[in-house]
Design a protein around this ligand. Structure first.
Ligand code: XMP
Ligand code: MG
Length: 183
């Protein structure tokens, strides 16, 4: 799919496919360095982080394990509720393991902040975060994030795993959703 298939749903391409892939290569190189000689478990947050996880994992040179969690915080709207539910928990015990949470986007930060305190209570050896996107202007909580792909404006974005009501996830780039789509 590309932007020409989108009609007027998208106002613009915010981050191109090439920019995403180059940034993921950079982040992967940082992660390779940081976890050299250690066992690393990547924890992807479903469903939005599927694309980041798939591309990041393949850009790494070190062998890693992958597990997934699904949490809900939004329903089908565009505003974080702050109320988080686990829809699918990890399959593995993370006690004593080096865990890197892989996220698509940090918006208010409420979901991630909840997730980090949940995961840290399980006693990992380390717990860090890599996210492709972050919206600094939307932050409601301060979170220490080690790897950030792009800081973006406070607009609703879709593509590369990110959805609006389950649509647009398979776009290979990040686009800004037109207001008429969700207004
Ligand atoms: P918070 O606000 O808790 O949001 O940091 C976390 C989750 O909400 C989703 N999210 C978005 N999804 N476009 C999307 O398609 C956006 O602009 C957006 N902002 C937040 C996403 O699943 C994220 O993990
Ligand atoms: Mg989502």
């Amino acid at each position: 799919m590309d932007v020409n298939d989108m009609g007027t749903d998208l106002t613009k391409v915010l981050v191109t496919q090439e920019e995403i892939q180059a940034k993921i290569e950079e982040i992967a190189a940082e992660i390779d360095r940081e976890y050299e000689g250690k066992d690393l478990l990547l924890v992807g947050v479903l469903k939005g982080a599927v694309m980041v996880m798939a591309d990041l994992a393949r850009a790494l040179h070190s062998p890693v394990k992958m597990d997934w969690m699904a949490v809900s915080s939004y329903g089908s709207g565009t505003q974080s509720s702050g109320v988080v539910r686990i829809l699918k928990d990890l399959d593995t015990d993370i006690a004593g393991k080096h865990v890197l949470v892989v996220e698509d986007i940090i918006d208010s930060g409420l979901t991630l902040s909840w997730l980090l305190s949940n995961l840290s209570s399980r006693g990992p050896a380390s717990l860090r975060v890599a996210t492709l996107l972050r919206k600094p202007e939307a932050a409601k909580v301060d979170i220490d994030v080690q790897h950030v792909g792009f800081d973006i404006p406070n607009e609703f974005v879709v593509g590369y795993g990110l959805d609006y009501a389950e649509r647009y996830r398979n776009l290979p780039f990040i686009g800004t959703l037109a207001e008429h789509v969700y207004a």
